[in-house]
Design a protein around this ligand. Sequence first.
Ligand SMILES: [Zn+2]
Ligand SMILES: [Zn+2]
Length: 286
Amino acid sequence: MIDYHCHTKFCRHATGTMNEYVERAKKLGLSGMGFSDHFPMVFLRRFFKPEEINDVPLEDYSMTPEEVPTYLQMVKTLQARFTTPGFEIKLGFELDYVRDQDAQIKSLITPHVADLDYIYGSIHFLYVKGRVFPFDDSRFKKIYDSVSIDDLHVLYFESLNKMVKSGIYDIVAHFDLLKKFNIRPLKRSNYETLVEESLSEIARSGMALELNTAGLRKPVNEFYPEDFILEICLEKKIPIVLGSDAHNPEEVGHEFKSAQSLLLKLGFTSTVNFKKRKQVLINLID
Ligand SMILES: [Zn+2]
Ligand SMILES: [Zn+2]
């Protein structure tokens, strides 16, 4: 198994050295791990009026643009040092998508694409009532009192579907992140329709979807995404990758054994390996 979703100190809300993440992955007997730290988010300011985004602490969420070359070089150094026939280190980014900014986002990532094994696409920001809302930041949890969770889901999936269609990304990160604080859609059948439509879009795009174990460490206390969504992925032949969303070395490979059992129980036989953005299916029990 490969843990595709590991952060680093560069993002300012993770701890531990990059070496320690690698050591942890090796100790657990994983067949690989990937660094997918947050791509600089300060660029988001370009997309909004100052008053719409001023209270969002973007500097707490990611590396600076100036740090990008150092991050890339550090991962390459680790690759040279730790790669063995049974263990590989991958180089990726988690890149935020914001609705209707495809051209801008594409131009920011394009200079780095040749270096990358994969690009995670994430929605962490929604535009609600004229403000940018980092909905998975607990400091902004109050907004859930003033906007209906069903409306937030509509906005979320509109954005997610555009992200998928943009062609910029390889993997959908934490597909149902909006459940993080265990605030659930009230109109369940509407929600299921949104999910189904979105998964059809993902299947058409050829992107993979992440089984992210971090939800077990959050108030929702379950994987992202929940089981019924994985079942539809299987039906639609959407490839799966595993990610711990580690923000410290101890979280690498977190609950991967249970993630693997769950996938086997649901009928999956493979996950997908990304190398320079090309997919190869790998046996789930390897
Ligand atoms: Zn993070
Ligand atoms: Zn994320």
